[in-house]
Ligand binder design. Structure first.
Ligand SMILES: [Zn+2]
Ligand SMILES: [Zn+2]
Length: 267
């Protein structure tokens, strides 16, 4: 079944196009379930209109998603999601912001290591200050802490730290094994995020070996394009499903009201 749960809107300040155009593009691609997952507001010290919606915009975002869900009923199923940053100390605020709404799932993202927005091209020079093994260790440790909060249903782009092609000297397998075990224990799913194929690293998030470790551990997987423009909706879905099969998956997770059912992988 074709799904895409990771679609942004221009409310986050770095996506373009109308929400309706994303829906139309999804219908054209044969997507059965489309989920909007725009960035939740950031804490005051990280607030940036180019990164996430403002708290005052949350209600309008939800209303727009629900209105499109009604309007396109029978043509496509539209889910209400969010992509929330894991920022230690900000957990209760995230909960407070999203709890009034009939949310289908929340993506948990690690975009910050301390104050460093490590995936921002503007802060890229900071990689040179790090020992790559220590950096990977901190990244996966933070990702595991995020999964353990219980705030999130799906861990977004679970090895985003490779975005600019920085790699540790040591093996990656131990990180994958430990993280997959924590994901299983924390009852979170992961996504195969196809945007990495279009970044400098040129690979999907996560690596095939990480997917295999998650599959072996019994962690469910779903698909997200991380579309920031209508034409990116469902991008690389076919290749993504082939990759998932290669990793051992036969089903993907479909989300409704913060729980999931498994549906067959199909292209
Ligand atoms: Zn993200
Ligand atoms: Zn995203």
């Amino acid at each position: 079944m074709r799904v895409d749960y990771h679609v942004h809107t221009k409310l986050c300040g770095h996506a373009r196009g109308e929400m309706r155009q994303y829906v139309e593009a999804a219908i054209e691609m044969g997507i059965v379930k489309l989920g909007f997952a725009d960035h939740t507001p950031l804490p005051p010290e990280k607030k940036d209109p180019g990164l996430a919606m403002d708290e005052a915009q949350v209600e309008g975002y939800v209303e727009a998603v629900l209105a499109l869900r009604d309007e396109y009923k029978g043509q496509i199923e539209i889910a209400l999601g969010f992509e929330a940053d894991y920022i230690p100390g900000y957990e209760e605020e995230i909960e407070r912001i999203i709890s009034p709404y009939p949310v289908d799932y929340v993506y948990g993202s690690v975009h910050f290591l301390g104050d460093w927005a490590y995936d921002s091209p503007y802060e890229r020079e900071q990689y040179s200050r790090w020992d790559p093994d220590q950096l990977y260790s901190l990244y996966f440790d933070t990702l595991c802490k995020a999964a353990k909060t219980g705030l999130f249903d799906i861990m977004a782009h679970p090895d985003l730290i490779k975005k600019f092609n920085y790699w540790p000297n040591g093996p990656l397998e131990p990180y994958w094994q430990q993280t997959a075990a924590v994901f299983k224990e924390s009852k979170v799913a992961i996504e195969l995020n196809s945007s990495g194929w279009h970044r400098e690293v040129g690979k999907a998030y996560p690596e095939l070996g990480f997917l295999e470790a998650c599959c072996k551990a019994g962690v469910p997987v779903t698909f997200g394009s991380d579309a920031h423009a209508p034409e990116e909706v469902g991008r690389d879905f076919k290749l993504a499903m082939e990759t998932l099969k290669e990793a051992g998956y036969r089903q993907i997770a479909a989300f409704h009201k913060r729980s999931y059912t498994l549906v067959p992988i199909g292209v």
